[in-house]
Ligand binder design. Structure first.
Ligand SMILES: [Cu+2]
Length: 116
């Protein structure tokens, strides 16, 4: 009787060990799915903020903005330079204007993609 109990315990233990392994594998696959590198290649991570234009350099496709805090990036309010994706956006980017804008992180820095 005792022997039978031990062997059934062994079966239960090895069975649960197998299911733990299976669970770990599943978690690993899920982690792969969440890999930020894979995500950014699919859709660039876009952020939005409000800022006042302090400087414009259309020839360099750059603009300086004093922006409000950006929650999605944990940024405090600051003045910084952005690249501008499309020349058309300069119609809305004039010194002294306060704009609602969207930007992405690109290899060369932050790029404004949309201005409202
Ligand atoms: Cu900033």
């Amino acid at each position: 009787m005792k022997k039978l109990l031990v062997s059934s315990l062994t079966i239960i233990l090895s069975f649960s060990a197998t299911s733990i392994l299976a669970e770990q594998k599943m978690n690993h696959d899920e982690m792969k799915k969440m890999d930020p590198k894979v995500e950014t290649s699919d859709q660039p991570n876009s952020h939005s903020a409000i800022g006042t234009v302090t400087k414009v350099d259309a020839s360099l496709k750059k603009v300086t903005l004093a922006h409000a805090p950006v929650e999605s990036l944990n940024w405090p309010a600051m003045t910084m330079g952005f690249s501008v994706q499309d020349d058309k956006l300069f119609n809305k980017l004039k010194v002294g204007e306060t704009v609602d804008f969207e930007f992405i992180k690109a290899e060369q820095g932050y790029v404004i993609t949309c201005v409202k």
